[in-house]
Design a protein around this ligand. Structure first.
Ligand code: FAD
Length: 484
């Protein structure tokens, strides 16, 4: 990719997960000129992450739970109308006042380019919720998504004896994958209490149309039972132990509000601790583009505000999938298709524009998919306040800038008037590093909330600036003629 690759498209899509692929294929079918950008080297996003082609892989996992995935990947691989930019990171959105188009800054290895688009769809997915507890920076502490990524894309198992702690259903799938790979799983601990009968019955409304997914979870739970793995409820991580690497985890029983019960601490030996308390929406690119966001902790923290056709508050920018609320692959795919139909209503040639009935049909399917995702959210919502309380004084809250919990709490004690997270960022440097707050913003916000007594949605969020992810200076230098 060089600056000669500055190209004009009708639609630029960032993210080749279910949302981005659904949108790109729908838009291309309406005759729009589409480009897709994704950091990964193949289509599929987080859920349909692929190993290299030379790896022999048995058909299974997500593609069985979400049967539409196989067909989606086949169509994406076969579609030559779309410009696919894999291994390419999107780092900024700009507006060209003269050409009245959006410009997307992208970088691949050390080469940079600007892509021009009449419309932009942000479909950047989500990432594992980071939890700061004593010992979380030790080698051997990993996120559930990280472990799954290694297993799925490289067939690599990062340890031999695992403890899994969290509240997200992904934990069950990862435990199952680990067992299948031959690992020893010492225990799987969910922070929420064991589901009551009434709760399970209420969950039945999610079953129609989602039997495959339910079966995948049930199979995983059965596999754990068969291998004698304890599946605990009302149990939470307190600390990871070890000198240079993890050698075990301290777990503690908790009440319904995830408050530790005195005298219930236990030590479990393990060389890898897997944390899966939830997902955060990847909104940095959308926020950098100026999109308004709302705070919904059970949907992924600060999520992008959208109307009924996935339009954000910024002209020309649509958002589909998890940046607009974590809700699973099916919902993401439908939202991508809906956004593309809405974009095609104005940008496609008159004969190829969709009718209202086509949008209505996708919106009906979205309402049905919500029945499943709403139940999952109710069941597995993370208790963000309880998680933020885990950090002891010397626990690093911001890993990039090495800021401890004590430093943040001390600053808040000395400055009781502070009432927004950006002020904490300016004073303590939390969120100033490479990850731009992806690791620490939610913990800092909860600490501020605790100190001020104000809810997190009144405390604001970090300002997102380009580049939203680290980009090489060489690739930026190549843009000197094109970046205005
Ligand atoms: C690590 C992880 C593992 C998961 N595993 C499962 C699972 O096994 N089963 C399940 O049901 N759900 C799983 N989920 C939930 C999952 O996110 C799905 O619900 C689904 O993949 C959402 O689809 P999406 O299109 O919204 O996002 P994604 O599938 O996450 O796709 C987003 C894509 O955007 C790309 N991207 C993000 N930012 C940029 C950027 N700046 N530049 C270029 N590309 C970018 C990413 O590389 C990614 O491919 C997982 C989530 C995570 C974070």
């Amino acid at each position: 990719m060089t600056t000669e690759h500055n190209e004009d498209y009708d639609l630029l899509v960032v993210g080749a997960g279910p949302a981005g692929l659904g949108a790109a294929l729908e838009a291309a079918a309406r005759g729009l000129k589409v480009a897709v950008v994704d950091e990964q080297h193949a289509p599929g996003g987080q859920i349909f992450r692929q190993p290299p082609g030379s790896f022999k892989q048995p058909e299974g996992g997500a593609k069985l739970a979400y049967p539409f995935g196989r067909e989606l990947l086949r169509r994406a691989r076969a579609d030559t109308r779309i410009a696919w930019h894999y291994g390419t990171m999107a780092w900024g959105v700009f507006r060209d006042p003269q050409q009245e188009c959006l410009r997307l800054g992208v970088s691949k290895n050390d080469a940079g380019a600007m892509l021009n688009g009449r419309a932009l769809l942000v479909a950047t997915g989500a990432y594992d919720l980071p939890v700061a507890f004593p010992g979380w920076t030790l080698p051997g502490v990993m996120s559930a998504g990280g472990v799954q990524t290694l297993l799925k894309s490289q067939f690599l198992r990062p340890g031999s004896r695992f403890v899994l702690a969290g509240s997200h259903p992904l934990l069950l799938l990862v435990a199952d994958l680990l067992l299948t790979s031959g690992a020893e799983v010492a225990e799987v601990a969910f922070a929420r209490p064991r589901p009551a009968i009434g709760e399970l019955l209420r969950g039945w409304r999610a079953v129609p149309g989602h039997l495959g997914l339910m079966l995948q979870a049930a199979r995983a739970a059965w596999n754990l039972k068969r291998h004698g793995v304890p599946l605990r409820f009302g149990s939470m991580i307190k600390a990871a132990s070890g000198a240079d690497a993890v050698d075990g985890a301290t777990m503690v029983d908790v009440d319904r509000d995830w408050r530790p019960l005195p005298g219930t601490e236990r030590h479990v030996e393990a060389d890898t601790l897997v944390i899966g308390y939830g997902l955060l929406a990847s909104t940095e690119l959308a926020r950098q583009a100026g999109c308004a966001v709302d705070y919904k902790p059970d949907e992924g923290g600060w999520i992008v505000r959208r109307d009924a056709t996935m339009r954000s508050s910024v002209d020309g920018v649509w958002v589909a999938g998890e940046p607009g609320g974590v809700g699973g692959a099916e919902l993401a795919h439908l939202e991508g298709r809906l956004a593309a139909l809405d974009i095609a209503r104005t940008l496609a040639a008159p004969g190829q524009r969709p009718g209202d009935d086509e949008l209505d049909a996708v919106q009906r399917a979205i309402r049905k998919a919500h029945r499943f995702s709403d139940v999952v959210r109710d069941f597995f919502a993370p208790n963000m306040a309880a998680l933020a309380r885990l950090a002891s004084g010397d626990t690093l809250v911001c890993r990039c800038e090495e800021v401890s919990a004590a430093e943040v709490r001390d600053f808040l004690d000395r400055n009781p008037h502070v009432s927004d997270v950006n002020s904490v960022k300016l004073a303590c440097r939390t969120g100033m590093g490479m990850c731009q707050g992806r690791y620490c913003q939610h913990t800092t916000a909860q600490m501020l909330s605790e100190a001020t007594g104000k809810p997190v949605d009144c405390l604001g969020h970090h300002t997102a600036r380009a580049p939203v992810k680290p980009v090489s200076v060489i690739s930026l230098a190549q843009l000197q003629d094109t970046l205005r």
